[in-house]
Write a protein of this length. Structure first.
Length: 277
């Protein structure tokens, strides 16, 4: 082989090596910048929106950027994290997440607890459960993570009787063996509970949802859920991201006095949500 051919081959090889090194360096730079960005999907209820905005400020103090979006659909919010489009989300409690994982073969996990949103039965027509008439229409959520809650509350109040031996989280309408007042149960999507309550006699609501229609949990609830069934809301990530640097940054930023204050200010200073720290 002629010398100039050897030199030509070496020159091409050197050029390719330098190009690859440059591309690699650029890639590392991009990854490094990206590594300081946390993509965050939140639901579009006021308390979540308000605290997410404060959370972004607290995250920035720790050297990271919180890129957030407010989405209306709970399934979409979970799919956004499951697909890797977003790092974390903010809208659910663990039972709801577990149901999503089972139904969608997903891999979400609770990074940390944020607050407890108490639940109970409400009415815009009656002041007590005893006033509910024969055949009253009662709105309950249709997802497995929440469906059982309304029936447990009614059973605790002595208004229905459930089968013995059924695990509370497995309770459904089919678990009712006595319904003396012939209540009619209307199962709807969680997001429709408040709207449907106006057309029913009573319904299951979380304190946050009740507040959205000017019902105060502390004064207007007809019956509260037992504390043992109260499920704290969480910030969720994919399983492999539990304990990661970004998850730790989110927890440190969330568990601040600024976020705690934002929770209260979302409801004009009322303690609707109970911080989990």
């Amino acid at each position: 082989m002629k010398k100039h051919s050897i030199f030509k081959i070496l020159a091409i090889a050197l050029t390719l090596a330098l190009t690859l090194m440059a591309l690699s360096a650029c890639g590392k730079k991009a990854d490094g910048a990206d590594d300081k960005v946390i993509k965050f999907a939140s639901c579009n209820l006021k308390a979540y929106e308000d605290t997410t905005k404060i959370l972004a400020q607290e995250v920035e103090k720790l050297g990271y950027t919180l890129e957030y979006a407010f989405l209306a659909d709970n399934t979409q919010i979970n799919e956004a994290v499951e697909s890797g489009e977003y790092f974390a989300n903010y809208h659910q409690h663990t039972p709801y997440m577990n149901e999503f994982n089972e139904t969608h073969k997903a891999h979400l996990a609770a990074a940390f607890k944020v607050f407890t949103d108490r639940a109970g039965l409400f009415s815009t027509k009656y002041d007590s459960l005893d006033e509910l008439p024969e055949g009253a229409k009662i709105v309950v959520p249709n997802d497995a993570g929440n469906n059982f809650r309304a029936f447990i509350i009614l059973a605790d109040a002595g208004l229905i009787t459930l089968k013995d031996g059924v695990d509370p989280i497995d309770v459904t309408q089919n678990s009712i063996i006595e319904n003396p007042k012939n209540f009619k149960f209307i199962e709807v999507d969680y997001t429709m509970l408040a709207r449907t309550l106006e057309e029913a006699d009573a319904g299951f609501l979380y304190a946050t949802v009740a507040a959205e229609i000017n019902l105060d949990f502390n004064t207007d609830v007809l019956a509260q859920e037992r504390e043992e069934f109260q499920a704290a809301d969480i910030i969720a990530v994919r399983e492999e991201n539990i304990g990661s640097e970004k998850a730790k940054i989110l927890e440190q930023a969330y568990k601040t006095d600024a976020v705690k204050q934002a929770l209260k200010e979302s409801y004009a200073g009322r303690e609707i949500l109970l911080p989990a720290w």
